[in-house]
Design a protein around this ligand. Structure first.
Ligand code: ZN
Length: 256
């Protein structure tokens, strides 16, 4: 079981070494994709991830730093299919809080080569609270948060519990405040993938210090980390010892 950190930057202007938010979980050779910031499939392919093994794509919310690479991911999957012609490619489920965003992406894809015809199914589902899927290997449960709140109460922004091989991995998505993760983390979790785009290292420490969390991954990194990465790394090491890491684009983490 592996985590691939594909993009580790918050929604900033272009940065030299970091692209927008995305990571993938590999389990039993299947790939479960979380958020799809710019160039995520390019980074994954060059890390050796087989994009034809992507089974599920889970989008936390429709901001560009989380969906900017989604069309390109699907386009690259089709391109690799046409190149490799494998016997079968499994269908792909996409979970996204805003189906208008999905329609926009599909409209772009249908105007690319070959009308984007593919011999497998890509099915979009509107994200909702509760279990999104449980395929026997991985179960993902969504919890709405207040990063985006809309007047009509259509939730547009989610955090996730990812359960795989008895591990509990929490992915914050973007949140309004960390306490929104309380119900997901509960008494603890094995891994916490936490956004720092709207918060500082001290905020993460204050929120997690009395919780039973195996290892914390800082991603969707904000100014404190991007602007002075060495100082930030020192601070994280001092506060969290070996229980936290500042993720970088292309970082691969073995979870077993
Ligand atoms: Zn973001």
């Amino acid at each position: 079981m592996k985590l691939y950190f594909l993009g580790t930057c918050a929604g900033s202007e272009p940065m030299p070494d970091r692209k927008h938010m995305s990571f993938a979980l590999e389990c039993d050779e299947n790939i479960y994709w979380f958020d799809a910031g710019e160039s995520c499939s390019h980074t994954a392919h060059n890390l050796g991830v087989d994009l034809l093994n992507v089974k599920k794509v889970v989008i936390s919310h429709p901001h560009m730093d989380h969906v900017g690479g989604l069309g390109n991911l699907l386009w690259n999957i089709r391109k690799l299919y046409l190149m490799k012609k494998p016997d079968r490619v499994s269908d792909i489920d996409v979970y996204i809080p805003n189906l208008q965003t999905w329609e926009g992406i599909m409209m772009i894809l249908r105007n690319t080569e070959g009308n984007f015809k593919i011999p497998f199914c890509i099915q979009a589902h509107k994200t909702h609270d509760g279990v999104l899927f449980d395929d026997g290997s991985v179960r993902v449960t969504a919890f709405h948060n207040l990063h985006i709140s809309t007047p009509e109460n259509q939730w547009q922004s989610y955090s996730f519990l990812i359960e795989c091989r008895e591990k509990r991995i929490v992915y914050s998505g973007d949140v309004k405040c960390y306490s929104e993760l309380d119900t997901i983390i509960g008494t603890g979790c094995d891994n916490l993938i936490i956004e720092t785009g709207h918060f500082g290292i001290d905020d993460v420490y204050a929120y997690t210090k009395n919780k039973a969390i195996g290892k914390i991954y800082f991603t969707h990194n904000g100014r404190e980390i991007i602007n002075s990465s060495e100082l930030a790394a020192e601070k994280v090491n001092r506060l969290f010892k070996n229980n936290a890491a500042i993720c970088f684009d292309g970082m691969v983490e073995l979870l077993e």
